[in-house]
Design a protein around this ligand. Sequence first.
Ligand SMILES: [Cu+2]
Length: 116
Amino acid sequence: MRRGPIRTTTRMLAAAVAALGLASCTDADGAEATVVASFFTLEPEALSIDTGTTVTFVNEDSVRHTFTSGAGEADGTFDLETVAEGDAAEFTFDEAGTYPYFCEVHASMTGTITVE
Ligand SMILES: [Cu+2]
């Protein structure tokens, strides 16, 4: 039982560290944004978000769409698939940068996500 107080202190420290970590993280931790694929068009085609934002890609068409990072060729950052109307997939952008992406099924469907 002598270790009780020590444990409590450790736990409080951990909580404090966690709180500090969150505070010093980029502004948009936990933020959300949505891209909708509808009538073979991405809306919005160009999306700007803060780092830490989770983007949900929603398929409103009755066909399969992918949301594949890269400019015409998959670059491996993310490769999401939705197979039917109402399907959605999400990805959290933790690093700043410009992320072009496209649908592997429909080459005309291209978009860009800018993470700042
Ligand atoms: Cu598609």
